[in-house]
Design a protein around this ligand. Structure first.
Ligand SMILES: [Ca+2]
Ligand SMILES: [Ca+2]
Length: 187
């Protein structure tokens, strides 16, 4: 019994640290290369290698490429690249379960253009601003102009029934159609 308990105590911590994280899938292009290997490093440790295809791509179907996270310890770490053994541009932050497109190339001292490495990000949803509407047109049916359609407007409306005076829909007469508009705008 005591031996079993001791064994359990020894195994439990190992299980806790062994939880694997989802891999991070990488694919993209390697400038000026049509063969060789793109190596991925985290903290100077080679964590994955992808074959560069004849069209300069890597990680494309059917040669999908994943950086595994067997110990669940890579989230937030920075992945850097080497083309064969030579330093390549850019870095990608490891995110469990993410898919990142990378365009990389050799680091060349004195290259005057910025880094060629890109990381796709899910664009943030565009928030459509609520237009600030200034009510410049008077409320239909507010004949008194006090901002509300109420009994005063109603009385005036009824008094002008049939006339163009309180016509709200533009047909030249005040009738049931205008009454409906009046009711729709009732305070
Ligand atoms: Ca009114
Ligand atoms: Ca009318």
């Amino acid at each position: 019994m005591r031996l079993l308990l001791l064994t359990a105590l020894l195994i439990t911590p190992a299980l806790l640290f062994a939880a694997p994280g989802l891999p991070h899938q990488l694919h993209g292009t390697v400038e000026d290369f049509t063969s060789g290997t793109l190596n991925v490093f985290i903290n100077d440790v080679n964590v994955g290698s992808a074959a560069i295809q004849s069209d300069g791509t890597f990680g494309k179907s059917p040669n999908l490429f994943f950086v595994a996270d067997e110990d669940g310890a890579y989230a937030g770490e920075r992945m850097t690249f080497k083309i064969n053994a030579a330093d390549a541009e850019g870095n990608v932050t490891f995110v469990n379960g993410a898919v990142t497109e990378v365009a990389t190339r050799l680091v060349i001292i004195g290259r005057d253009t910025p880094s060629g490495t890109t990381q796709t990000t899910t664009p943030a949803p565009v928030s459509v601003p609520t237009p600030t509407t200034t009510t410049t047109t008077p409320i239909k049916g507010d004949f008194g102009g006090d901002g509300v359609v109420d009994v005063n407007d109603f009385n005036y409306f009824i008094a002008n029934w049939g006339s163009p005076e309180t016509d709200l829909n533009g047909d030249g007469v005040t009738d049931i159609l205008d009454f409906n508009i009046l009711m729709a705008n009732w305070k």
